[in-house]
Design a protein around this ligand. Structure first.
Ligand code: HEC
Length: 272
């Protein structure tokens, strides 16, 4: 009991003290904050130095605070599959739902603008004082729908198929059957599946559409000829001016011919 009284008396003295000799914000509080900020920065710099000077350029060299990097970055990779952290899966999957170019503007500008306008309008529309959840069915249902759709999108994003070459390669037998590809088109089909073409092109419903690249299920229906396909693969922009497709001359003449034979043989489901 007495200690409570003591504390109260102490607090009263403190209040009195502040009243009489109150410390002004400047310079006291500012000095205080500046010192603390400098301490934090010094700790970060210190940890950085320990991390840097106890590790080496060697990938995986753990040092005291963890390695600099697990593997050296490979700027030439075509098989890297970028995936976000799990809490961004719902956004990641949203981006897959909207397809270039038809609905991308709707998805990136249209819908967010409508939602923000709704949010701004909300205080003007709903002016009731009620806060109890049971009396706010619309708000509760809306919130539940948001949470549910985020959960579904997160799950879809987590289980979304990537265009990893091995997955695409597994599709090749189906391509041969559905598009009635001749045997000579098979090596080209495997190359097509393994060369990153499906990052931009759709083939029989698989792959992804990017940069406005055409569906290649019936790429051969135009009958452009194997030579034309080779020229286009070597330097797309030389054949179709302005084409954003990268050149694949590095594959070499033999592989380009195989790819071209596969493309020309692709006349659509049932062989066209
Ligand atoms: C970075 C995206 C991208 C990649 C990767 C890509 N393409 Fe393309 N491709 C395009 C775009 C964009 C077009 C449309 C412009 C054009 O015709 O060049 C196109 C067009 C084509 C066409 C149609 C040409 C025509 O006019 O009929 C063929 C065939 C083709 N690509 C084959 C391939 C093959 C085979 C691969 C893999 C070796 C591949 N593409 C990889 C973006 C890509």
């Amino acid at each position: 009991m007495s200690s409570l009284k003591e504390r109260r008396a102490e607090f009263a003295r403190y209040k009195q003290d502040v009243k009489e000799r109150g410390k002004p914000f400047y310079p006291h509080a500012m000095f205080h904050d500046t010192i603390m900020a400098l301490v934090v920065v010094a700790v970060i710099i210190g940890l950085t130095c320990i991390w840097y000077f106890t590790t080496s350029e060697e990938p995986g060299d753990a040092g005291l605070l963890g390695p600099r990097y697990a593997e050296k970055a490979d700027p030439g990779t075509i098989s890297f599959v970028p995936r976000p952290d799990w809490y961004f899966y719902f956004l990641f999957y949203l981006l897959r739902i909207f397809k270039w170019p038809e609905s991308v503007i709707l998805g990136t500008v249209g819908i967010p603008t409508i939602l923000v306008l709704l949010l701004i309008a909300l205080p003007f529309v709903d002016r009731r004082m009620e806060r109890r959840l049971s009396r706010r069915p619309i708000a509760v249902i809306a919130a539940a729908l948001v949470v549910a759709s985020m959960a579904v999108l997160t799950w879809k994003g987590a289980t979304a198929k990537e265009n990893v070459a091995s997955e695409a390669l597994a599709e090749v037998p189906q391509w041969i059957e559905k598009n009635k590809l001749p045997a000579e088109a098979e090596p080209g089909a495997e190359l097509f599946a393994g060369s990153g073409c499906l990052n931009c092109h759709v083939y029989l419903g698989g792959g992804a559409q990017a940069l406005g690249a055409p569906d290649l299920t019936d790429a051969g229906a135009k009958n452009r000829g194997v030579e034309w396909q080779i020229e286009h693969l070597k330097c797309p922009a030389c054949v179709n001016p302005g084409s954003p497709m990268p050149g694949f001359a590095a594959l070499g003449d033999d592989q380009l011919r195989e790819l071209a034979i596969f493309l020309e043989a692709s006349k659509g489901p049932g062989g066209g």
